[in-house]
Every structure is written in structure tokens, then in C-alpha cells.
Design a protein around this ligand. Structure first.
Ligand SMILES: [Zn+2]
Length: 103
């Protein structure tokens, strides 16, 4: 028996990747990690890995996050991870960053 069977050509339409799906979603609106995770049915951790990959090849814009208590806006550091707490008032109530793709 041969160890590997011949690779079949899989039609592209059927194998739309999570990443492509995320790109399509992000082109339409601003979404948080949680939104994306629910929409594509993957964990937030997995979604954030895909997001950083998308950010390397596309214009991924990140909005916020900001402190819900004092309104401090965190700088965009190219990271998809939500900061732990506010450097100004030490509050841990931080809004989720929103992501979107500009054409
Ligand atoms: Zn604050």
C-alpha cells in the first residue's frame, strides 16, 4: 500500500479559511475579538493569532482600547491583546479594542 494517496484538488470555494472569513467580516464593520470569535466559531485566542497575521498583510486598523472609568485611551502598539489595567487610574475596566480593515 502506498503511504500517501494522491492529493485531490479541493475547490477554493469550499475551503474558505477562517482568516478569509475574518477579513470579509472586518471589511464590513468594526469588531472586537469576542465578536469575531463568536462569528467564526473559534476561540478568542485563535482569532487573535489570525488577526496578527492579517495585520501583516493588510491595513488592519485597531481602535481603542480605552479605560471605561477615566477614559484613558491606550496607544496602538500593534498588539491585539487587551491591556490588563489603566496606567492612569489602575482600573481594570478596559473596553475591548475594535478591529477593522480599510481598503
Ligand atoms: Zn483609567
Amino acid at each position: 500500500m502506498p503511504k500517501h494517496s494522491k492529493k485531490q484538488t479541493i475547490p477554493q470555494e469550499r475551503t474558505k479559511t477562517i482568516r478569509q472569513e475574518m477579513i470579509d467580516l472586518l471589511k464590513g464593520e468594526k469588531l472586537s475579538l469576542r465578536d469575531l470569535s463568536q462569528m467564526v466559531g473559534k476561540s478568542e485566542k485563535e482569532v487573535s493569532v489570525h488577526l496578527s497575521q492579517i495585520g501583516k498583510s493588510m491595513k488592519l486598523e485597531m481602535e481603542g482600547p480605552e479605560c471605561i472609568k477615566c477614559g484613558f485611551v491606550f496607544e496602538r502598539r500593534g498588539k491585539t491583546k487587551k491591556p490588563g489595567k489603566c496606567p492612569k487610574c489602575q482600573s481594570t475596566r478596559i473596553s475591548s479594542p475594535l478591529f477593522t480593515i480599510r481598503d
